[in-house]
Design a binder for this molecule. Sequence first.
Ligand code: ADP
Length: 431
Amino acid sequence: MRYYGWKTELVRVVLPLAAAAVFATAFDLGVWPVFIVAAVICTWLLWQLQRLSDWLYRGLGTEPPEAIGMWGQIFDTIYDMQKHASGDRDQLQAIIDYLHSSFASMSDAVVMLDRHGNIEWCNDAAMDLLGLRRDEDVGLQLLNLVRNPNFVAYYEAEKYAMPFEMASPVNSEIQLSLSISFFAEGNRLLFARDVTRTHRLEKMRKDFVANVSHELRTPLTVINGYLETFSEHGGDNPRWDRAIDQMLRQSRRIHPLIQDLMLLSRLESVPQASEHEVMRIRPLMEMVREEALAAAKGNRQIDIECDDAIALKGQATEIRSALSNLAVNAARYTAEDDRIVLRWYQDDSHGVLEVQDSGIGIEPQYIPRLTERFYRVDQSRSLDTGGTGLGLAIVKHVLLRHRAEMKISSQPGHGSTFSCLFPRSLITRVN
Ligand code: ADP
């Protein structure tokens, strides 16, 4: 395309004016010819502006008006820019359509929310699983449509590291796992996945463990009882005595295992502990100290450091069981005359129930796995100590039910500290 600069346009204006001036001078016509030519040029310019305005008003896609010189150049350049912009827009639209169609085909529900929490878009699965209506609900607040109070709390807390589980508002048989992430400036993307099957399997697993442990308890009590009787009365044959002794020892190991499995099942069956009981911690610690001393093979020095001005709200039997597991572990994994401290105090953000020992300690790589069921740092050593492998799993569940968490710090060869951090809302002052 030829480029027209301002000089060409200047020539187009100046030449007619100059010709009019010469003509006026030659025939002594005054300024009228120049004035008329200037008026014609102005009209032409206004006409071109009018055509530009009309064309822009008609909108994109229509052919530009024909024009000469700089005006033609302006029309063509705008036309090219429009074509480019519309090409880019088509490309963007194609990408958006592609993303929408891939989200739309997903079996997981996808909901896009603007920064005020209004629905911008959702796919078909969101309609099936969350009961949203794509056309009617766009622009409405999600929280007005999905009203589960726990979901509202999860959404508003904005801590989305862990997914949230709830029953589908459409069908309570369907269990959903929801996760939310932020994108752009405060917009949110919500995914909801149907986890009914996993949930059912998990429930079956829990029921199975609970039932098996329950069913095993009675036959084991009977076997244990007879073995105790045989062992007390002795027999004529020393080989039998030894066998009965071994059977008795093995059956005694199974008993606490079943107790712990049943306790874990119970803890899992109800997600939140009642927080009505107010527990003074010192009497709890004194009881637990006796248990720990009984479990230790040899002497231990067990001290209590307890802030008696504060008490804990929760389930006393569960807290006692957690503290007992930690203290008994401390007694088992320490040696003769080692020191154990049972501590209860308040820091800036928590009530802390702590068991510290100066025992064998734990290598850092094992610490993250300690609360797994049956996880033992050293299999042979734990069997010697008589543990079930479920102690810390029980502690973890008790804490979960009290919205508390456990912190473990340890130095191999120097000892360990297990701290249970309870939220301040569970701490109360007593006199
Ligand atoms: P166990 O019945 O085997 O003690 P737990 O769940 O109570 O099972 O503990 C898991 C493992 O954590 C133990 O086998 C042991 O290796 C380690 N452990 C727990 N408490 C302590 C402690 N105070 N000092 C050192 N190791 C510990």
